[in-house]
Design a binder for this molecule. Structure first.
Ligand SMILES: *Cc1c(COP(=O)(O)O)cnc(C)c1O
Length: 365
């Protein structure tokens, strides 16, 4: 077992990072001292289900000797993935049921989700789409997406398209640019969002070439996915800075994960670090009840407690909304501590972050 040589871990070539991604137990074993549970989990992942893929860069953030490392727990399989608990679902957000065309999911009148590939740079062990990612199809062909584009073009109420997968930034630049160009050509599509974990797992992907290819199609928003302050490496911060400099508003969605980021100090460091990198903490997501992820999930009450601890400690721009994406795909619900302690006609009692109760009087009717 040897740590990766720094020169290799820092290799600034994103396609090399993808080619050199660790995908087998044997390779993992060369870089990390695996526990028996990790080894058994990795053998299971090799055989079936959500595959293994970890870029040399993301692997270099893992502690080779410490199995509780918050990076390692996100990407290295564990035998606990074989557990099935009540409430577990293969497709927690009912995306298959809400497909309006192949690869197009619509759960809200004004927004749609377009799944353009099944590939990611790193397969996260808590993936919401473990039912389909890494299945081997790769980037979806223009022909395969033609019905999705027809649906988008013929529904003028859709103003916001979220391009996801898999990871759209794992696609070749020319192909991604063509896809974004096609979306931009639909007059009523105002906002295009690229949902990507590449700034976290493969920051080398944010090249000048990529930015130049996408820039003509603004407004393009980037929705990224940092879960732990350790992920805000100099390379990741450089990627976020490049995106901001190229005019992309960058939003972050953190998934709340047990033993990884479910402490107030961890979330505080993460959210402050993101703001310093000009990235807005947008959502803190309750983990979806995906089959095989119960060991990584927290009770909803923990998220509410954490929000209570952070309210008042962090500025409004650093504090995301806590969201439960309801099982079955009925939509996202914001949750949090109750700050309204009593309501009377014309008066509301509010509890402040200092614990003081203050009455607000409504204007005369
Ligand atoms: C999460 C999601 C959205 C976007 O929700 P926002 O709250 O606008 O970020 C849109 N469509 C689907 C299917 C989603 O899962």
């Amino acid at each position: 077992m040897q740590p990766l040589p720094l020169r290799v871990a820092d290799a600034d070539d994103w396609s090399w990072q993808l080619r050199a991604a660790v995908t087998t137990v044997g390779e993992l074993e060369r870089h990390l001292a695996l526990t028996d549970e990790e080894r058994a989990g990795a053998l299971r992942a090799e055989a079936a289900g959500l595959p293994i893929s970890i870029t040399p860069y993301y692997l270099s953030l893992c502690d080779p000797r410490e199995p509780s490392c918050p990076i390692r727990r996100q990407c290295v399989p564990h035998l606990d993935e074989s557990a099935r608990v009540p409430g577990d679902l293969d497709d927690p957000l009912g995306e298959v049921a809400h497909e309006v065309a192949p690869e197009l999911v619509q759960r809200y009148p004004d927004r749609a989700l377009l799944l353009v590939t099944d590939r990611c740079a790193v397969y996260c062990r808590f993936c919401t789409r473990s039912r389909m990612v890494g299945d081997g199809g790769g980037a979806r062909s223009d022909e395969h997406l033609s019905r999705a584009f027809e649906h988008l073009a013929s529904h003028p109420e859709i103003r916001d398209v979220i391009v996801s997968g898999g990871d759209p930034l794992a696609m070749a630049t020319a192909r991604l640019a063509r896809l974004v160009e096609r979306l931009r050509a639909i007059p009523h599509v105002e906002t295009i969002r690229l949902a990507t974990r590449v700034p976290v797992t493969l920051p080398q992907r944010i090249t000048d070439e990529l930015l130049a290819a996408l820039r003509p199609f603004h407004p393009l928003w980037v929705m990224t996915h940092f879960n732990h302050p350790k992920e805000l490496s100099p390379l990741a911060v450089r990627a976020l800075t490049r995106l901001a400099d190229a005019g992309f508003p960058v939003m972050n969605q953190t998934v709340l994960l047990r033993g990884i980021n479910d402490e107030p100090a961890t979330l505080e460091a993460l959210f402050r670090g993101l703001v310093r990198a000009r990235t807005r903490p947008y959502y803190l997501l309750q983990a979806d009840p995906v089959v095989g992820t119960s060991h990584l999930r927290t009770p909803v009450s923990r998220g509410i407690e954490l929000m209570g601890a952070l309210q008042g400690r962090l500025s409004g721009i650093a504090l995301p909304k806590l969201i439960v994406d309801t099982p079955g795909g009925m939509g996202k619900v914001p949750v949090g501590p109750d700050y309204v302690v009593a309501r009377r006609p014309g008066e509301t009692d509010l509890r402040t972050h200092r614990g003081v109760v203050v009455t607000y009087r409504d204007p005369p009717a």
